[in-house]
Design a binder for this molecule. Structure first.
Ligand SMILES: [Zn+2]
Length: 140
């Protein structure tokens, strides 16, 4: 039976760990609802947008956005002349989008793929980002 690459990947990992879906699940567990997805009118088309709170969340893949982690430091195996500048452009664009959003009064949180693994720490960051009254975080 044919399997798509993503199905195959999620089977290898044992569950669906697509980072954006994981973050959205965490938000629901924390009780943060009413967010919009991929708003085209905002710089960088943020993955998750809380319009009322004026906050956006980007969920970035470490490789494609050149995170300062092990995965982000990896170099493409093939066709480096193409991929290295492309990834650098992604990174430059991310910085520009962040600045534009902040200039427009948006608070921005970037969640990296590699941060998904530490569920408690990430849920704490999400809660504290979205609700400034939260200083203590107890997982329920
Ligand atoms: Zn990373």
């Amino acid at each position: 039976m044919a399997m798509s690459r993503s199905e195959n990947m999620s089977r290898i990992r044992g569950r669906d760990t697509k980072p954006e879906l994981v973050v959205r699940k965490m938000l629901r567990r924390l009780g943060f609802k009413g967010y919009r997805l991929h708003r085209k009118e905002l710089p960088g088309k943020p993955d998750i947008v809380f319009i009322g709170r004026k906050k956006v969340i980007f969920v970035h893949g470490c490789f494609w956005h050149a995170h300062t982690c092990e995965v982000g430091a990896r170099k493409p195996v093939t066709n480096q002349a193409y991929w290295v500048p492309k990834i650098q452009r992604n990174k430059d664009r991310d910085v520009a989008h962040l600045e534009q959003l902040q200039d427009e009064g948006w608070a921005v949180l970037t969640v990296w793929e590699c941060e998904i693994k530490d569920e408690v720490a990430l849920m704490k960051r999400l809660a504290m980002f979205l609700d400034e009254t939260i200083s203590e975080f107890v997982e329920c």
